[in-house]
Design a protein around this ligand. Structure first.
Ligand code: 13P
Length: 254
């Protein structure tokens, strides 16, 4: 598939996998995906598996991501993880503002903006998640919600930082439900997000930013989703937990 921007497909393992299970998964992925050059492939294990997974993928085309990071540097923040700690394991990407964290940890756009600034300050790349709930979509508030989240969580970035930021559009109603957005719904939301980036920065920046789709991505729908002009990759949950399904999502997208 010939895309304007290089595809980036990331597996968000969420709160799953022991170290041994995570190693099994990446060993399988390494074998399956060794020849793939067209896609930036990222695995995002829980913090507890970062060290071992990092060593296991050292000589491969898999890159490492974390699922969250503190907005603060080292210090008295019990239970938090700082950028410098992630860098020790060659982490390249950090997922921020996932809807599960917005919901359960009450993360706000302002907090996510601070975290995004800290991720960039450490020369890591944030994957900033946005997306509406079912109630918001059904009451025609999708664009309003995306406008607030995109502006609120990306507002402090410089132009250079924005280009190195990935945005993940994850409609909350499609996460873990088996209900995928239609290709048209995904394309419309992605085009809208890109138009917002053009207003906040400019057209040339907006054209460079990669926007992933997330929400029940599977081998059977990845090709159609990735073929949309503004869909530049996927953030995969459940289907990223098995070698076969994650590898097929990637292979079907090329
Ligand atoms: P599912 O692929 O399980 O729907 O999860 C999507 C997601 O939340 C990825 O961050």
């Amino acid at each position: 598939m010939n895309k304007e921007r290089k595809l980036i497909i990331a597996g968000n393992w969420k709160m799953n996998k022991t170290v041994a299970e995570g190693l099994d998964l990446v060993h399988g992925l390494k074998l399956e995906l060794a020849s793939v050059k067209e896609v930036d492939i990222v695995v995002c294990p829980p913090f507890t598996a970062l060290s071992e997974v990092s060593k296991a993928i050292l000589d491969s085309n898999l890159r490492l991501g974390a699922q969250n990071m503190s907005e603060n540097g080292l210090g008295a923040y019990t239970g938090e993880i700082a950028a410098g700690m992630l860098k020790e394991f060659s982490v390249r990407y950090v997922i921020l503002g996932h809807s599960e964290r917005r919901q359960y940890q009450k993360e706000s756009d302002a907090l996510i903006a601070k975290k995004a600034a800290s991720v960039h300050a450490a020369a890591l790349k944030p994957i900033v998640c946005v997306g509406e709930t079912l109630a918001e979509r059904e009451s025609n508030q999708t664009e309003q919600v995306l406008d607030t989240q995109v502006r609120g969580s990306l507002c402090g970035l410089t132009r250079e930082q924005m280009v190195e930021t990935v945005v993940a559009y994850e409609p909350v109603w499609a996460i873990g439900t088996g209900k995928t957005a239609t290709t048209q719904q995904a394309q419309d939301a992605h085009a809208f997000i890109r138009s917002l980036l053009a207003k906040m920065f400019d057209e040339s920046i907006a054209k460079k930013v990669r926007i992933q789709y997330g929400g029940s991505v599977k081998p059977s729908n990845s090709r159609e989703l990735m073929s949309q002009p503004d869909v530049d990759g996927a953030l995969v949950g459940g289907a990223a937990l098995e070698v076969r399904s994650f590898a097929d999502i990637i292979k079907n997208s090329i």
